[in-house]
Design a protein. Structure first.
Lengths: 465, 100
């Protein structure tokens, strides 16, 4: 099967891009791993009730999902992209079967992941990310029972606290890790507060809601650790501790670049957001001519911005595929770009305020597990780096770090930061893991399912492609 | 454990977790079913430590489980269906359930 445009991921960027691409007449397929549209931020949005404890910002995803359902886009839920060739061939698994689709152009809208928070005890049952608890509320109306402590920083931490409170599972405390220096540094960007006032008002509203719910916020907390034998039973930090049945961690989000790395697109280290992201132009065009990126996968800017970058990428795809001319692309793009500027206005302020501390990037204690899959500690990674491992890929061979089921998705950023620290070089020079297919586990049956056109064609004496 | 919020009014489906029957809300993932069943861990690592799903969104692979006899499934990304059989994954996946 051949299509003009294949979009990977049905979050805000992917949904918005697909709807506009459909309107512009592009033959479009939208692939997504989940059973319904929404991505992580609007996960299970089609089941949301009007009075959901998740609140109005969550419900904002509804019209997007509805527009996607009404569009003529070939939307494929429950479908996992397990390999992609740079020429545009996608290997898709659905219900144990593989299908290949060839796309003239690909738009990656794979969103963001939560930054790993490697503290002592983070592998104990009872410790999960704030986003994980939110996902349980979104998809299944489930809340953690017992005493819940949230720790870290960033808008999502406060959002999850208010949502849990509304759902009748009010957290016992929020331990905020943003150091005072961050507040001072962010203050240099006060100029962005007025253009970013809408987002700012929302943030202040969250903090007010937390206070109304009676959740104590402790600021400037350092040295957080999860303590317990078989599971977490308390949270300790420098100068205090609390009983906890659940510890929910969050230190912001970073681009989900597993597929863009596998495609060997050019990536850049973002020193402000402290993450890797694919190098993009203003339309989301990557270093490969037939591949673009939209949404948080290209740099963290939030769901509203993701919708806008999705639309810009759809317009550029329409030009690239010959559906519209340059003048039409540019005139349609102008209001979108203006809205995007407004949406991004508060970012410089937020990025400084919620910049993770050094201990999140490079955990101090040698016995902290970094690679959750192969159970490789900070100390072993440091030793391997001292022995001469110059980058994450070489360090794999030394320690098996990053060779477990998650393929380095979780440990990647931490491993690179530790190596950079040992060699006293910038992370930008250390690089990333090079992920390989299959991106997700597939059965041998799904692999055997592949039609191999080249062999078939050869027997018929035809040339391929 | 994870419990339904008090005002939850979703219909449920019946699945089995480690052989025990449990009703879980429609739309829940198989990983959510394990947590709702009162279990703290979905998988054990190759080193033998118990793990609760960390991210619930398909990144950490700490929700690997055996679902309807297929091992190595990311149970946080699989929606429950009536009659689904979910088992925790202990250590590395088996190549085939029959291979032991």
């Amino acid at each position: 099967m051949t299509v003009e445009l294949a979009i990977i991921g049905a979050g805000p960027a992917g949904m918005a891009a697909a709807v506009l691409a459909g309107e512009l007449g592009l033959d479009t397929v939208l692939v997504d791993e989940q059973s319904s549209p929404g991505g992580q931020i609007y996960r299970a949005i089609e089941r949301a009730e009007p009075d959901t404890p998740l609140g109005p910002d969550y419900l904002a995803g509804r019209p997007l999902a509805a527009a996607l359902r009404e569009s003529r886009v070939d939307y494929r839920p429950n479908t996992t992209l397990w390999h992609v060739d740079p020429d545009g061939t996608l290997f898709l698994e659905n219900a144990g079967h593989t299908e290949t689709v060839t796309a003239r152009r690909i738009l990656l809208a794979t969103g963001a992941i939560e930054r790993p928070v490697p503290i002592p005890g983070w592998t104990l049952p009872g410790v999960m990310t704030a986003g994980a608890a939110q996902t349980l509320l979104k998809t299944a109306d489930l809340v953690p029972e017992g005493r819940v402590v949230l720790a870290g920083q960033g808008p999502l931490l406060y959002l999850v606290a208010t949502q849990l409170a509304r759902a009748g599972a009010s957290p016992g405390a929020i331990l905020e890790t943003a150091p005072l220096d961050n507040y001072l540094d962010a203050a240099r960007y006060l100029g962005s507060l007025w253009p970013g006032r809408r987002l700012l008002t929302r943030g202040l509203g969250l903090v007010a809601a937390i206070k109304r719910a009676g959740v104590p916020i402790r600021r400037g907390v350092r040295g957080i650790r999860a303590v317990g034998r078989r599971r977490v039973d308390r949270v300790a930090w420098e100068g205090g501790e609390l009983a906890a049945n659940y510890l929910l961690l969050h230190e912001g989000v970073i681009p989900n670049i597993q597929i863009s790395l596998a495609l060997q697109l050019r990536h850049e280290w973002d020193e402000t957001q402290l993450c890797w992201r694919p190098a993009l132009d203003a339309w989301g065009q990557t270093s490969l001519p037939n591949i673009a990126v939209a949404g948080d996968c290209g740099g963290i800017a939030g769901a509203e911005a993701a919708v806008l970058t999705g639309r810009l990428a759809a317009l550029d795809a329409a030009l690239w595929l010959g559906h519209i001319g340059e003048a039409e692309r540019d005139s349609r793009a102008r209001p979108i770009q203006a809205a995007l500027d407004r949406e991004r206005a508060l970012r410089p302020f937020l990025d400084r305020l919620y910049r993770p501390t050094r201990s999140v990037m490079v955990p101090a204690e040698d016995d902290i597990i970094v690679c959750r899959c192969e159970e490789v500690s900070v100390g072993r990674i440091r030793r391997a780096a001292r022995l001469g491992a110059t980058g994450p890929n070489q360090l794999k061979a030394f320690t098996r770090c990053g060779m477990g089921p998650c393929q380095g998705r979780i440990c990647g950023p931490v491993v690179a930061a530790i190596i950079a620290d040992v060699h006293r070089r910038p992370i930008a020079e250390i690089g990333t893991y090079r992920p390989r297919a299959p991106f997700k586990p597939i059965t041998v049956g799904a692999l055997a399912d592949l039609e191999i056109p080249r062999c078939a064609a050869t027997t018929k004496g035809e040339t391929t492609r | 454990m994870f419990r339904p919020r008090s005002e939850a009014r979703r219909p449920t489906v019946a699945v089995t977790v480690e052989g025990f029957k449990i009703a879980v809300p429609v739309g829940a993932s198989a990983a959510a079913a394990v947590l709702a069943a009162g279990l703290d861990s979905v998988r054990e690592t190759v080193g033998g430590s118990e793990r609760m799903p960390y991210c619930m969104m398909g990144v950490c692979f700490d929700s690997l489980a055996e679902i309807d006899d297929v091992p190595n499934r990311q149970s946080c990304m699989v929606e429950v269906q009536e009659g689904m059989r979910i088992r925790r994954q202990i250590g590395a996946r088996r190549i085939h359930p029959a291979a032991g």
